[in-house]
Design a protein around this ligand. Structure first.
Ligand code: HEC
Ligand code: HEC
Length: 349
């Protein structure tokens, strides 16, 4: 098992490296792409949907481009630090991060890759209203969200060095994109596959998971850590993202899987398999939703409309009420204080 994992790992690292080494910054409407740019996108994203004429296509600059740029050396240093925190977020383990993930575990290609949650999109569309927390959010607040839920963590403070560095990295990736673009952004988020013909099914998902995913992520979904370095992140259990994370929504997970997994070989599973595997992965226990009120069903009801309608939290699966046995996953507190409402009515006391 171990040896097999290590040889798979070598192949994965080679393909991830090959992706990161590619460089062709693009920032334009789909209709304006040159033949060369279209060929580059096809090779970078084999068998993924091609840009439509009315979509905005952005392939961010690389860290090499940063070094070659005319930005102030001190700004380069801050962006470099943000990049380092993004791809090796584990350096904040026990302080800001309590699972075994990096930001780049889900935002592939250092947060640059279409269909893998490219993070620069937030830098050009925020501040904006977010249904999930029912108020206008800044870029830093969006980062706070992924720390609190996806990393099962306690976010760095607003305005702290680490927060500024991360925000600077996001903004650098967005270089050349107009602020508040009117067009739809090509490859934003993790677009869900077409609605499944059959209702997503835990048992079918389990079979497909064992075949396509278990070699890397483990039959128990716990992933693989060697010498404190995360090789394969956890998909469920105490070391994974918590119940409040976007990836806990079956449609988001299905989209992530369809476009990105198995790493380096996607798309490899059918749409139906992506939905079934998502049902299986998101139908397992994971750390508690930080918004937990003390009662799972009540928490589900409170956030049903804005979030939990997409998750299996607070529902019964295989005779178990999901979320009821959730732990804090090693985090010393349930809810980070930084998660606060905002009020722009001018009437707040
Ligand atoms: C477990 C997977 C996971 C991890 C780990 C993760 N994120 Fe995310 N992130 C998501 C999902 C899911 C979304 C929502 C995508 C969507 O809207 O469909 C998201 C969205 C975002 C966005 C908004 C993108 C947009 O299109 O507006 C930003 C910015 C972001 N994450 C930053 C981070 C940072 C910084 C970290 C590390 C501190 C991180 N994320 C860790 C899953 C993750
Ligand atoms: C060849 C090894 C490999 C295979 C096979 C594989 N993955 Fe992954 N997966 C990875 C790696 C490595 C990452 C983290 C990416 C990074 O850090 O660059 C990852 C990340 C993920 C993530 C986001 C982080 C997290 O832990 O939630 C999910 C979800 C995921 N994989 C699901 C799957 C599913 C489902 C399958 C099967 C369809 C699968 N993977 C197959 C290697 C693999």
């Amino acid at each position: 098992m171990m040896l097999k994992n290590i040889s798979i790992l070598a192949a994965v690292l080679a393909s991830v490296w090959a992706f990161n080494a590619q460089a062709m910054p693009i920032s334009k409407m789909g209709k304006d792409l040159t033949a060369e740019e279209r060929a580059f996108l096809k090779q970078m994203l084999p068998n993924q949907p091609e840009p439509k004429d009315d979509e905005f296509v952005h392939i961010p600059p690389t860290m090499d481009d940063l070094e070659a740029s005319k930005l102030h050396p001190k700004l380069k240093e801050a962006i470099r630090r943000g990049h380092d925190l993004f791809v090796n977020t584990q350096q904040l383990k026990g302080k800001n991060v309590f699972n075994n993930m990096n930001c780049s575990s889900c935002h592939l290609g250092e947060g640059r890759r279409p269909f893998a949650g490219p993070v620069w999109a937030a830098a050009v569309t925020l501040p904006d209203f977010r249904g999930k927390n029912d108020h206008v959010n800044s870029l830093e607040e969006r980062i706070v969200g992924c720390f609190s839920y996806s990393m099962n963590g306690i976010p760095p403070a607003y305005g702290s060095d680490d927060m500024l560095a991360l925000a600077a990295y996001h903004q650098w990736l967005a270089k050349g994109v107009p602020m508040y673009p009117d067009a739809k952004i090509y490859g934003r988020g993790y677009p869900s596959p077409k609605n499944p013909e059959l209702k997503p099914d835990f048992e079918r998902g389990k079979v497909a998971y064992m075949k396509n995913c278990a070699a890397c992520h483990g039959e128990d979904g716990a992933g693989l850590v060697i010498d404190d370095k995360v090789q394969f992140p956890a998909l469920w259990g105490d070391k994974s993202f918590n119940w409040g994370a976007g990836a806990a929504r079956v449609n988001t997970m299905a989209g992530f899987i369809k476009h990105n997994m198995p790493l380096g070989h996607a798309p490899a599973v059918t749409d139906q398999e992506a939905w079934d595997i998502a049902q299986f992965v998101d139908g397992q226990e994971r750390p508690q939703d930080p918004r937990f009120t003390g009662d799972v069903k009540e928490t589900r009801a409170k956030y049903e409309k804005t979030f939990h309608k997409g998750t299996l939290y607070g529902t019964e699966l295989n005779g178990q009420l999901l979320g009821e046995k959730s732990s804090l996953g090693g985090k010393p507190i349930l809810k980070p204080e930084i998660l606060q409402p905002r009020d722009f009515s001018g009437k707040a006391k």
